[in-house]
Design a protein around this ligand. Structure first.
Ligand SMILES: [Zn+2]
Length: 184
């Protein structure tokens, strides 16, 4: 799934909380955006393994959420949003494709590493590849709660992020053809 889809998923999860506790809207949004992006920083390491924790991430997410409930403050709430969004990103990577950049000629089956079981989770391809039409449609649907609940800068960021996501979806095939093999 596209980075934007992961971010919108994180924002959709925290949107109801931001609605009932608007004083925490900013840390909730910042945490969800950072958490939605964070796992893919392992592109520079072992992608979908170094910073993706589909099982252990749920433990951290639960603990961080308990901490935020017990001691509600901007840092604890923001960290809980981060942990939940990062876990959701890692877990949902198993629902999409493998880490290949060109799904038409180079499909791979290892979707995300399960550190608990010590093996890779297989790509289920409910979303066939990042930038697939269903990926954009899912992201668009997930962006709606954030667009409704948040205002100001968060809403602008969400709306603006839809533009490159749409362009990427539109030209996904050409992008895969253009990028040289060594870059992958
Ligand atoms: Zn990922």
């Amino acid at each position: 799934m596209m980075a934007t889809t992961h971010v919108f998923a994180g924002l959709a999860i925290v949107a109801p909380l931001a609605h009932v506790a608007p004083e925490f809207a900013v840390p909730l949004a910042a945490g969800a955006i950072a958490g939605g992006l964070f796992p893919d920083f392992d592109l520079a390491f072992e992608h979908r393994r170094t910073l993706h924790f589909p099982v252990y991430g749920s433990v951290l997410a639960v603990l961080a959420t308990i901490g935020a409930v017990l001691v509600p403050s901007s840092p604890t709430v923001g960290f809980a949003a981060f942990a939940v969004a990062a876990w959701l990103h890692a877990a949902s990577d198993a629902l999409g494709n493998g880490p290949e950049f060109d799904p038409w000629t180079d499909a791979r089956e290892n979707a995300v590493y399960n550190h608990f079981a010590g093996r890779w989770m297989q790509a289920r391809r409910y979303v066939r590849y990042d930038g697939a039409p269903e990926d954009f449609a899912l992201g668009l649907a997930l962006a709606v709660p954030a667009l409704v609940v948040f205002d100001g800068r968060v809403r602008v960021v969400v709306a603006a992020a839809l533009v490159p996501a749409f362009a990427y979806t539109l030209f996904r095939r050409q992008v895969a053809d253009l990028v040289p093999a060594w870059l992958e």
